[in-house]
Design a protein around this ligand. Structure first.
Ligand SMILES: *Cc1c(COP(=O)(O)O)cnc(C)c1O
Length: 405
């Protein structure tokens, strides 16, 4: 049985008062809070097992190396990847996409080639492809449109493929609309054209079961800090066959097999993509966060968050002048909205005075805002430790702000 009050005790920050009011944290789409076990893992790591990994003959280095590689296996199992070396540690989703853009770009993209993205992408899945232009490879982005509910138009998607299409890169769950995109079906379509597929899973991994083999994703990326893990820690999953075919992203220690001034031989996977000293404390803390999620059960978490989503949506809709952006049939626990003519920033600022943390603005998705014909939204994003009582207070807050205008 899922007991939210017990869960809340694992997150000390939730006891905080903001302006003397209990913190109501509804900005989980930006980052999640950390359970005690994750914070303690970091502390214990630095106190007890800190030593640079992979290079030491001494005992501590071996213990630290083992912990780091164990963490990799935990991530592998979490995503159901076939092999541990298909898991590459990065600083986050952003770095993981940049890695693929850079390395896949070096190997397979030429000026005039096309990458298919969707209209709802985060800037981190738009800008890296555009940056290739500075390296002499001007890529054309082909954009999948959406309907008024915020669902991707799959028929239009099929029409975007051409002989210049080299990759599809689409988010699993929208950080603005909450839409859960049918990536399994979309990957199958891409593969029927022999085109590989990258999934930005930043908003999916914390909230639903993800199985990269079942999806048949070629690349899948996510951030640790959005799934109760440490910040500055992310994951790139890549099929072994692709990771073998693309060159390293950065050069330095660890990623080499041998170096002379004439020639360098690169190391095997996964080390080829992990230049320099990795965050071997962060990796073990991320693994701890995944174990925490496993203990509660991702399906249980998903069901509870869905309950919160339905409850909050229903209650928000009773507010006059409420506009909700994103009403997909399959939707994660994210609600973007505007009320009447109230500016999203004013709403966010006044809610903050009530201790309620929401996000306002374009949410790193300016092209999506343009498509919606707005500048920004207020976004409430829920997590496993939020409660219906908090949602009631949030609704009261929105009503209070509305009355002030
Ligand atoms: C947060 C987010 C990103 C960027 O993640 P970082 O942790 O900032 O690298 C990318 N895509 C989506 C959908 C996100 O929600």
């Amino acid at each position: 049985m899922f007991d939210v009050q017990t869960v809340r005790k694992d997150f000390p920050i939730l006891e905080k008062k903001i302006y003397n009011k209990p913190l109501i944290y509804l900005d989980n789409g930006a980052t999640t809070q950390k359970p005690r076990c994750v914070v303690e893992k970091i502390e214990q790591g630095y106190y007890n097992v800190n030593a640079n990994i992979h290079r030491g003959v001494h005992h501590l280095s071996q213990v630290a190396t083992e912990a780091h590689e164990d963490a990799r296996r935990t991530v592998q199992e979490f995503l159901n990847a076939e092999k541990p070396h298909e898991i590459i540690f990065t600083r986050g989703t952003t770095e993981a996409i940049n890695l693929v853009a850079s390395s896949f770009g070096d190997a397979f993209l030429e000026t005039g080639d096309e990458v298919i993205v969707s209209v709802m992408e985060h800037h981190s899945n738009i800008v890296p492809w555009q940056l290739l232009a500075a390296r002499g490879k001007s890529i054309t982005l082909k954009v999948i449109p959406m309907n008024e509910r915020g669902e991707l138009d799959i028929e239009a998607y099929k029409q975007l493929f051409s002989e210049r299409t080299k990759l599809v890169s689409v988010m699993h769950v929208s950080n603005v609309l909450g839409t859960i995109n049918p990536v399994k079906e979309m990957i199958e379509i891409a593969h029927s054209y022999n085109v590989p597929f990258l999934v930005d899973g930043a908003q999916a991994v914390p909230h639903m079961q993800v199985d990269v083999q079942d999806l048949d994703a070629d690349f899948y990326v996510f951030s640790g800090h959005k799934i109760y893990g440490p910040t500055g820690m992310g994951v790139l999953y890549g099929k072994e066959s692709w990771l073998e075919k693309i060159p390293p992203y950065q050069g330095g220690g660890e990623m080499i097999a041998s170096v002379s001034f004439e020639k360098t031989v690169f190391n095997d996977l996964p080390f080829k993509f992990e230049a320099g000293t990795p965050d071997y404390i962060g990796s073990t803390a991320l693994a701890e966060a995944l174990r925490y999620v496993n203990k509660l059960g991702i399906q249980t978490i998903a069901a509870y968050e869905d309950e919160l989503l339905k409850y909050a949506t229903e209650r928000l809709k009773t507010i006059e002048g409420m506009r909700i952006f994103g009403e997909a049939a399959h939707k994660g626990a994210v609600i973007s909205f505007l009320v009447g003519n109230i500016h999203h920033y004013d709403m966010g600022m006044l809610l903050d005075r009530l201790g309620i943390a929401v996000r306002t603005g374009h949410h790193c998705a300016q092209p999506l805002m343009h498509d919606l014909g707005i500048e920004g939204t207020v976004r409430a994003s829920f997590s496993l430790y939020n409660t219906k009582d908090e949602i009631d207070l949030f609704i009261d807050g929105v009503n209070r702000v509305k009355q002030m205008f």
